[in-house]
Design a protein around this ligand. Structure first.
Ligand code: ATP
Ligand code: MG
Length: 363
């Protein structure tokens, strides 16, 4: 039986529309080739360009489309010269994260053969881990609301049982799914600073409680400072890592650095019910409208979406297609013949996306 899923698409600002169109085209092609699932797409206008045009950055109809959808695909939003009257940035993706309680930021970090990385990887070693960042509390809890007086400034570090339990449940489920897919090492690492902060000792104790429910997975802990060192010295040893908000913010940029930049870095923001899939990069206004943007991070985000939907709704064909799509991008990168400028090539956005389609359907 065919299961149908509705995808809300935020094509966003800058290079957003250019990288969204070929990504949606690939998804349509994959879904139409599968008897097991179908996808429908709803355009959800929002962002800085929409604000400039209409005076509205996030129309209620787009929020409703996001809430109704089975998954949300988003490119990037915000433009440097379009801001609210008070000067703050227009970033509906943050409104979305709050409105839908997307507590888990998921950043896969992979470096496959042929991919550029600033590290000199030992022969035969590849990087393949997932960093999960709590995205609603932690050291970002008082974000913009800290107390500042003449003589001191204070912010709050908040760890709650409710969010942490959801976060760790999600983390171990993801590690189990990776293991089942023959990927990863069945290892989950809690990254904290439990030796200094009681809040992180609490975080760790909740992690341990969830770990006890998964005897088939290895669970361990690492301090965040040591983790930064090991991500450079032996990143191939990590599998699934989970951490609080600010540590995750910092480590995920380190992860993007390992991948040789933003062009191949996908991400997801996941809650109990909803999920947003988007590339790590921004709207790249400096190259918008030229047809030269790299679509791979967006396409890899779409692959994560297929994975997530397939696991959540038990459609193995979608998980398989997510893998196929990711492998097709990895294949194009490894061959090195059709790459955009940021990866050292000369191809345009559409050519790069066409190479992925060809790998999927012709090769
Ligand atoms: P944001 O604040 O929205 O994250 P940013 O200021 O961090 O944005 P990006 O928009 O991510 O910046 O762009 C940073 C640099 O990377 C720019 O020079 C941009 O052209 C380049 N870049 C970002 N995404 C891509 C892409 N998909 N293809 C090619 N170059 C990109
Ligand atoms: Mg940025």
């Amino acid at each position: 039986m065919t299961k149908t899923f509705e995808i809300a698409v935020f094509e966003g600002d800058g290079i957003g529309p250019e990288i969204t169109a070929p990504t949606v085209a690939i998804l349509k092609r994959m879904a139409s080739a599968s008897p097991d699932y179908a996808l429908t797409f709803t355009d959800a206008p929002a962002g800085a360009a929409h604000y400039a045009k209409t005076g509205e950055s996030f129309p209620e109809s787009s929020m409703q489309a996001a809430k109704r959808a089975d998954a949300i695909l988003l490119s990037a939003m915000g433009l440097p010269d379009v801001r609210y009257p008070d000067g703050t940035e227009i970033s509906p993706q943050i409104d979305l994260r709050k409105a839908l309680t997307l507590f888990a930021g998921v950043r896969p970090v992979t470096v496959k053969a042929g991919q550029r990385t600033p590290l000199a990887l030992p022969e035969g070693k590849e990087i393949d881990f997932v960093l999960i960042r709590e995205s609603t509390e932690g050291l970002f809890y008082t974000q913009g609301r800290g107390e500042v007086s003449e003589d001191e400034a204070r912010e709050t570090l908040l760890i709650t049982r409710e969010i942490s339990e959801k976060l760790f449940r999600f983390t171990f489920e993801l590690a189990a799914a990776r293991k089942k897919a023959g990927r990863g090492k069945g290892r989950v690492t809690c990254v904290d600073k439990a030796n200094v902060f009681r809040a992180f000792a609490f975080f760790r104790s909740l992690f341990d409680a969830e770990a006890a429910r998964h005897p088939d997975l290895k669970a361990d802990h690492a301090y965040v400072d040591a983790t930064a060192l090991w991500m450079v010295q032996k990143p191939w040893e990590f599998d699934v890592m989970v951490t609080e908000n600010m540590f995750g913010d910092i480590l995920s940029d380190l992860g993007a650095g390992l991948m040789g930049g933003l062009g191949l870095a996908p991400s997801a923001d996941i809650g109990e019910k909803h999920a947003v899939f988007q590339p790590c990069h921004g709207s790249a206004p400096d190259i918008a409208g030229q047809g030269v943007a790299n679509p791979f991070a967006m396409i890899l985000s779409a692959a994560m979406m297929l994975d997530w939907l397939g696991i959540k709704h038990d459609v193995p064909a979608m998980v398989a297609d997510g893998n196929r799509l990711r492998e097709a991008v990895e294949d194009v990168v490894a061959r090195g013949e059709v790459l955009t400028r940021d990866l050292g090539g000369k191809a345009g956005t559409d050519e790069a996306a066409a190479a992925v389609l060809e790998t999927l359907f012709v090769a």
